[in-house]
Structures are given as C-alpha cells and as structure tokens.
Design a protein around this ligand. Structure first.
Ligand code: ZN
Length: 235
C-alpha cells in the first residue's frame, strides 16, 4: 500500500516561536518546507536570522537534514502599505485606543495562513505548522485558537483540500517553549534558538544577553527575557 508522505509547511519567521515549530515539524513529518513573509517590516534582520537558523539546524541534526526541503519567501508588501503599526512604520510601541499594542498588524496571521495554504495546495502539503500562542502573549486576536479553527474551516472549503493546522505552542508559556526546544533537540537546539533566532521588535542585534540578542526593552524582548529566566531557573 502506498502511504502518502506527510509533508508540512512551517510558517517560519526566524523568531523563537517559529524556530521551535520548525524543529517540532522536523521531528514529526517526512518532509518539511519553510515559508517566510516580507510585508514591509521596518527591520529585515529576521529575514537574515531565519536562514541562519535553518542552516544551523540542518548542520547540527543529521536526522532532520534530509527532511528539510525548500524555503519559500512570499512578498506581501501590500500588507505593510495598509498597516500603520510599529512593525511597519516608525511609530512608538504603546497600547492603541483599541486596547491592542501598536505592534498588532491587523489580519496578519489570517493573511499568512491563506498564502501558506495556497502554496501548500500547489506543493501538496498535508499539514501546516505555525507558532501562534494564546498564553503569555500580547492578546493578538488572530492568535486565538477559535480564530484559527474558523479560518482553517474556510480554507478547507475554499480550496477543497484539507490541511491539518498544528500550533504546538498554543498553550505554552515562553518558558514552556524553551523546554519544548530542549525536549526536541537538547542543549544544541536551545543554543541555536537562543543565539540565532530573532524576536526584538526594534531589530537590535548589537548586544547579546543571556536570552539572546535584542534591545532588552521592547515588549518582545521583555517577554523573551522573562521566559528565558524562568526556563533557566528550572521553572
Ligand atoms: Zn527589543
């Protein structure tokens, strides 16, 4: 009997969460491809970091190397044109009158998933993997499981093709995400993610902290530093 290989597409930005998801997918699926998006981010360091993380994971883990397939970059610069956010414009990071931080790019994850699914339809993905997280996060409504379930239903109907969406970090804290990385790839993977993944909203990679590079004061750095501290203290 022919069993179709399970081929997963990972939404991969080069941040801590998506780097962990990439390892998670490589552990589970026969073939894994990565998908990145450019949407007019103010800083392009993430795009450079994502290649470093991919390459180091392939170099360090021979059991995963043969499963790691193509990298796809999708240009969504139109999203940057219609988004007035701190990630795409020179705007202070603060809480907007809607109650959401100004780092919220409206609809970003919804748009990413649609494009990933369209690509997946062409590539024959059976699964999609993404790092959305409900817990310990900035309250982005497009990271909620309910949002993603509804969207995946629309995608399956609209493409007449069913993908399973996996969000292994959905209910994990940031410390929990470090523990998951350790379970998957031991200290070697933790070190790749700590040193080479990029999360800082300010695009800062000048100074290295215990928890990796970043400005140390934007909300993404604060969350990452706090998660690392809990993880390093065995919490
Ligand atoms: Zn920062």
């Amino acid at each position: 009997m022919n069993v179709k290989p399970h081929m997963a597409g990972v939404l991969f930005s080069g941040g801590q969460d998506s780097a962990t998801c990439l390892a998670w997918a490589l552990e589970r699926f026969d073939q894994v491809e990565t998908i990145g998006f450019t949407y007019g981010q103010r800083h392009d360091v993430e795009m450079a970091c994502r290649l470093t993380v991919r390459n180091k994971i392939a170099e360090t883990f021979p059991q995963w190397r043969s499963k790691l397939g193509d990298d796809h970059i999708i240009d969504l610069s139109g999203l940057g044109q219609i988004s007035e956010t701190s990630l795409t414009r020179d705007i202070e990071i603060e809480v907007h009158e809607t109650g959401l931080p100004t780092t919220f790019v409206p609809g970003r994850n919804l748009i990413f998933l649609n494009f990933a699914a369209a690509l997946g339809w062409r590539r024959g993905f059976s699964d999609l993997v993404a790092g959305m997280c409900e817990a310990d996060f900035s309250g982005y409504p497009d990271c909620r499981k309910e949002t993603l379930d509804a969207q995946m239903k629309a995608i399956s109907l609209g493409l007449d093709w069913s993908f399973e969406l996996h969000t292994p970090l959905m209910h994990l804290s940031k410390a929990g995400a470090w523990h998951l990385a350790e379970e998957l790839g031991g200290a070697g993977l933790v070190e790749i993610i700590r040193h080479d993944s990029h999360t800082c909203y300010m695009g800062e990679r000048g100074r290295e902290h215990d928890w990796g590079y970043g400005c140390g004061s934007c909300p993404a750095c604060e969350l990452r530093a706090k998660g690392w501290e809990s993880y390093a203290n065995g919490l």
